[in-house]
Ligand binder design. Structure first.
Ligand SMILES: [Zn+2]
Length: 211
């Protein structure tokens, strides 16, 4: 365990979003919106408290970003759908894939500036130090998840492990490798009083739910 263990929940450093004037130049490979982290963890915990415990599974949404030449990922949201699962297994059913895609469409519509699916999270509810299985590796290194900058969370809610991994190019930039990375949670800083006004374009909606 390192001096600053970032594997457990709640994770330690409450880093601010990297802004224009950064006093701390450290750029973490992965930033997870605090609420998203708590929600995913809570979901895994509920599934782990079933008798018998069940694995939980979902997709990670976010953005690939760059700060002064250093690439990082900002995780902003998550989704899930119907899953076939047991204590040691979890897989989306075809309906489950449709469910999370529809949920995301409902949340974000077709706006191109919305977070993308950039990985998967799942739990191993054994109460230990979780490790990926060979099935996990097969999933991550296949389409659609095998891409540079994609992230994967491995959670054991019973022992409160929350590990973050990322697919990165090797130093020779030839092979993608799955690396465990440092991460932190963030809360968006809202500059109260200087918020730009937001416009919501409802013109294409039927207006059925509008008062
Ligand atoms: Zn697994």
């Amino acid at each position: 365990m390192s001096d600053r263990d970032t594997s457990r929940v709640p994770p330690e450093p409450q880093a601010e979003e990297q802004g224009e004037s950064s006093e701390d130049p450290k750029v973490y490979p992965v930033y997870v919106y605090e609420r998203t982290c708590q929600d995913i963890f809570g979901y895994c915990l509920r599934e782990a408290q079933r008798r018998p415990p069940h694995e939980a599974l979902g997709v990670i949404l976010g953005f690939r970003r760059q700060w002064q030449g250093t690439k990082y990922v900002r995780v902003t949201d998550w989704a899930t759908g119907r899953v076939e699962s047991s204590m040691a297994y979890a897989r989306f059913t075809p309906e489950g894939v449709l469910e999370y895609r529809l949920a995301l469409h409902d949340r974000y519509g077709t706006n191109p500036h919305t977070p993308r699916v950039i990985g998967l999270w799942h739990s191993h509810p054994f109460g230990g130090n979780p490790q990926f299985s060979s099935t996990d590796f097969n999933t991550f290194f296949r389409t659609p998840f095998c891409a540079e900058g994609n992230v994967f969370f491995l959670i054991d809610p019973l022992s409160r492990f929350f590990k973050v991994y990322m697919l990165r190019l090797s130093s020779e930039k030839e092979v993608l490798q799955l690396e465990r990375v440092e991460w932190c949670t963030y809360r968006p800083k809202v500059p109260f009083g200087t918020m730009p006004s937001e416009e919501i374009d409802d013109s294409r909606e039927g207006g059925a739910d509008r008062a």
